[in-house]
Each structure stands twice: as structure tokens, then as C-alpha cells.
Design a protein around this ligand. Sequence first.
Ligand code: GUN
Length: 290
Amino acid sequence: MKLLDGKACSESILQELTDQTRELTAAGKRSPHLVAILVGENPASETYVASKQANCEKVGFRSTLIRYASDVTSEVLLAKLQELNQDPEVDGILVQLPLPKQLSETLVIETISPEKDVDGFHPVNIGRMSKNIPAFLPATPGGILQLLSRNDIETAGKHCVVLGRSNIVGMPMAILMARNTNPGNATVTICHSRTADLKAMTLQADILIAAVGKPLMVTADMVKSGAVVVDVGIHRVADDTKPKGYRIVGDVDFDAVAPIASAITPVPGGVGPMTIAQLLLNTMEAYLRK
Ligand code: GUN
């Protein structure tokens, strides 16, 4: 079994970006600039945004955090996005999701200029991705493609089963794996809450990508021998044997599935770091496109 080490893989991408940024600044150019917007005080969002910012700084990018209280109006947020769209010194804009109820995620995402939508959530980028023309890839699926290709995992002709059909992971992941390119060219099945016989599907997977959001739901009896298993889930489960009283697990029962798999991502240290690497790759691309 090969461990698909997202931490190590993301480190090498961050090193490439650091070198690239150093060359740009040595040539007298400004560095790429990512602006993150955080609304309210969701603890998970706080952690994700802090990590995005820390990694920007690590590679030499400029990063700006704009915070709003949870009762911010749509008018105020959309006006700020329009201002950032026009700002020539801003390359990438991301609004951390989820948003409070008074704000429409659809409207917020569609207000970000597609040229600065480094999350790859704007319908223009989703459409471009689907047509296999240059686009910002959503960070998690894009990061998984990087992880697969940098570990020489063959996808062409394989049966890829994606568990979950969310806008930000499952659905774009399925599209990317089916595209006529490399990585891609897989035969793809999307499973979701209405799938009749999940295990019958997962047992056919050469590549199984779990993005359901249910702790430890993929068990050993659901995985074909030699499958490549990618775990997008990240959950805290109570564990009295740990000093903190919890441990971090994914959607996959790693200990039981790892011996059957030919390759598998750990949680933590698998997909998570790759998501940030892809966001930074997108930010560099947004900068270079200008
Ligand atoms: N919330 C969960 N994942 C993401 C992500 O990749 N980007 C943003 N903006 N919000 C998220």
C-alpha cells in the first residue's frame, strides 16, 4: 500500500511557488495577492482561512483578510467584491463558505469576477472546466488531481466512483475525472444519498473518492482489493484515549481499508493540504494571466 502523502506533495508545490515568486520580485514585479473574506465567526472557517493566509505568506504572496460581522448586509458585501474586482493589485478573491442565511451564496459567487475567482466556484469557471478549456479548478478536486498525477496514479480507463455530488467537491471531481485529458479519461460513477446499492457501486471502483461528510462510512467490505482510495472527509470524533478527547478521521475507515488499497490518502495530511496548494496555484495563475 502506498500512502498518498498530501503534506509532502503540497510542500513541493509550495516550494515551486516560492521559487517562482522570488523570481518575480527579483525582477522588480509585485507578488501575487489573495484577498480572503470571512463573514461571522464559524470556527472551522476561521481555521481554514488562517491556514490559507499562513500558506500565502509562506510562499511570499501578499494576503489580505477582510472580516465582516455575521449580520453584514448583502449590499455591503457585494459592493466590496465589486471594488476588489476593479483593484489591479488584487489577483484572487475568495469568500469563505458557508455564509449566514441573509446572504445568497449564488449571488456572492457570481459577483466575483471569473478572472479572480481562484476558488473556481463561478459558473463561468465551472463551465470552462467542463469544456476542458483553461479555468480555475475548484481547490479540492484540483488538489486531488495534483496528488494523483504527482504520485503517477493512472486514471485513464479506470472506473472512478465518486461518493458525493456537492458543488465544491463531488460534482466537479466527477467532471474532472471524466475529461478527455490527463489526469482524466476515467469512467465515472457518481453516488449520492439516493443511490440504491452503494456497496455494489463502491466495490467496482478502481479509484474511490469519498466526499460524503460522514465519519468512517467507507468500510473495508466496500472496497475492491487494489483500489486507490482518496478521502476528502475531515471530522472530529470523541476519543477518550487522546489528550484532547478527540481524534481526526475521514469518511474512510483508514485502518481497515489501508491494507486492501493499493494507495490511500491519510486524514489528516492527505487531501487537506492539497486544497490549499491548488488555491495558491490558482492565485499564481490569476496573477500571471494579467
Ligand atoms: N468552504 C469549504 N471549502 C471551501 C473552499 O474550498 N473555499 C471556500 N471559499 N469556502 C469553503
